[in-house]
Design a protein around this ligand. Structure first.
Ligand code: FPP
Length: 248
């Protein structure tokens, strides 16, 4: 692997699943006296490097929060700018990501998206379906509570159709109805800009995640910052509810 390491990372103990809340584009734009759309554009540049590097490092899964179900309440101009960036991103990146053996999955309600965006996302999923490298999940029109309610509906349908007894509803079966079915739980959750909230992101999947909150605004989040977050994750003692043993 040609990518240099900017922090002491043990490549044998990488997080299997990294999730990122890319926060701070608006404040970055304000700081630079730019329109908000340019903050999101700069944020998209940061995201390209993080995706490429995750693939090069050998991270199993990377999940990015691009647009939440609550983001529709922002101004029309901002929503349109984000939708255009999402479209441009898929058009410009898909060939390289496919070449890198990246498999793309969209988390969220694609039916609620404009047709052009929906078509591009579905095409990216279809084209990369058989890829075996990095699992790149992009959460768009996503909310974790909506995801859980959807999983409950799917289970209820199975019960109604006689495929399942209520007593057979287990954590495993519920997990299999989430958008992240088949993926490991999140090991490392990063939220930039110093905010320390989950904001309706992967509530179930983050049950045992380690949280890292770098203060840098998302457009300034670079590989140095990313590797520092991974090193921080590797320094944590994870117990999963167990009592620490003597050697911990
Ligand atoms: C939060 O910053 C960021 C978002 C709501 C959007 C994140 C989207 C991108 C980085 C680019 C588009 C995504 C793809 C996949 C191409 P904020 O605007 O809430 O920042 P603020 O809290 O400083 O206002």
């Amino acid at each position: 692997m040609s990518t240099p390491l900017y922090a002491p990372i043990d490549l044998q103990r990488l997080p299997r699943h990294v999730a990122i809340i890319m926060d701070g584009n608006g404040r970055w734009a304000q700081q630079h006296k730019l329109k908000i759309a340019l903050g999101h554009r700069a944020g998209t540049e940061a995201l390209r490097d993080i995706i490429r590097n995750s693939s090069d490092l050998g991270i199993g899964a990377l999940t990015l929060y691009a647009f939440s179900t609550e983001n529709w309440t922002r101004s029309l101009a901002e929503v349109e700018a984000l939708m255009q960036l999402i479209l441009d991103f898929f058009h410009s990146e898909i060939d390289e990501l496919h070449e890198k053996n990246v498999r793309i999955t969209i988390l969220g309600d694609k039916d609620g998206l404009p047709e052009k965006q929906r078509d591009a996302l579905m095409e990216a999923e279809r084209r990369t379906l058989a890829n075996t490298g990095l699992r790149l999940n992009i959460a768009i029109n996503y909310g974790s509570r909506a995801e859980l309610a959807r999983a409950a509906r799917l289970l209820a349908q199975d019960v109604q159709n006689g495929l399942l007894q209520p007593g057979e509803i287990t954590e495993e079966r519920l997990s299999q109805r989430l958008y992240t079915a088949g993926l490991p739980d999140v090991d490392l959750l990063i939220r930039t800009s110093g905010e320390m909230r989950l904001s309706n992101f992967l509530l179930w999947q983050c049950s045992y995640a380690e949280f890292v909150f770098p203060t840098v605004l998302w457009p300034d989040f670079d590989l140095k910052q990313y590797h520092a977050c991974i090193a921080e994750f590797q320094s944590r003692k994870r117990r999963f509810g167990r009592r620490p043993t003597d050697d911990e």
